[in-house]
Ligand binder design. Sequence first.
Ligand SMILES: Nc1ncnc2c1ncn2[C@@H]1O[C@H](COP(=O)(O)OP(=O)(O)OP(=O)(O)O)[C@@H](O)[C@H]1O
Length: 359
Amino acid sequence: MTLESLKLFNFKNFEEKHFSFSNKINCLVGNNGKGKTNVLDAIYYLSLTKSYLNYSDQNNVRFGENFFSLEGIFKNQDNQDIIKLLVQTGQKKVLKKNNKSYEKLSEHIGKYPCVMISPYDQNLIAEGSEFRRKFMDNMICQLNPEYLHCLIRYQKVLLQRNALLKLFSVQNTFDAFSLGIYDDELIKNGNTIYKFRIQFIQDFVSVFSKYYSILSNQEESIDIQYISDLHETTFQNLLKENLLKDRNSTYTSKGIHKDDLLFKLFNHPIKKIGSQGQQKSFLISLKLAQLEIIKNYSKKNPILLMDDIFDKLDEKRVEKLLKLVLDENFGQIFLSDTHKDRTESIIQNISSNYSLYNL
Ligand SMILES: Nc1ncnc2c1ncn2[C@@H]1O[C@H](COP(=O)(O)OP(=O)(O)OP(=O)(O)O)[C@@H](O)[C@H]1O
């Protein structure tokens, strides 16, 4: 699967921009603030219907305008699909495949998979559990529509349950029956999500370890531990045991929405003991494992987006990484860098099939 071309209209700093891409390596070069990350994010948008960077679609509309649109032509063997995304101020986001609108954006997820490696990945180590859950969800959602369906349902019911707890508190009432309806839905979807996560992490860790040892060139003991309240008890008990607390705080305090991943080096949190280099190798290994797993499960070659790759690695390591990605035959690559000459000299060493775009 490859992205053959991309058109941007009013997307961030681009008024109108067209690209035709190489099916192997595409390098976006230019000074800071030229829009390299924005192009990568536009590709991410067409794959996953949302930005990698901005929670709000509106932030991606060019200043002073009231819409942005993206159009990409994806090629899959002999098939060619035109994907169009339109975001208009005050209107619902529209996504079309070959001129037919999707009823639900979620139907699109996983059709054109992609993986982003970005300086913002540091959040996965440094920030709260929300970032790691998002990483895990993003991966499993691209592989399994049932997981995505359960996750959407779970998040909706969670909001409804919290709203009901708030209502009880404001009105000084309590209705166990109404709450029980939400609890049942939460438990049903939560248990499915939990099972998927357990299975997934098992598969993921061995692939991840393989990449970490290649990248770090060392035999360092690393691990990823899946943390969940459901390891200890059933979801039913969890809600029962925390009912009083939840009523007081008007918030569902326990459940799979609190799950986390513990990234470990030598059995300690890498956040605390990992050097910068170890943390960077760890983050890239997470993404390469994601790439391999998506490729194996979906039988599609995900697109790899590498933003500001020299932020993470020196030139030798970048070359090694790119060779690795090419050897594994992962698929189309997009990368960005501020230095044209540096990028070109590395790419020329490893492939003749590349395009360079000066922004
Ligand atoms: N909504 C918007 N409308 C117009 N321009 C925007 C909008 N949002 C961001 N920008 C502009 O986009 C540019 C940033 O683009 P981007 O982050 O892609 O740059 P970059 O080339 O990746 O830079 P760096 O090398 O520093 O990472 C900035 O000039 C910023 O002002």
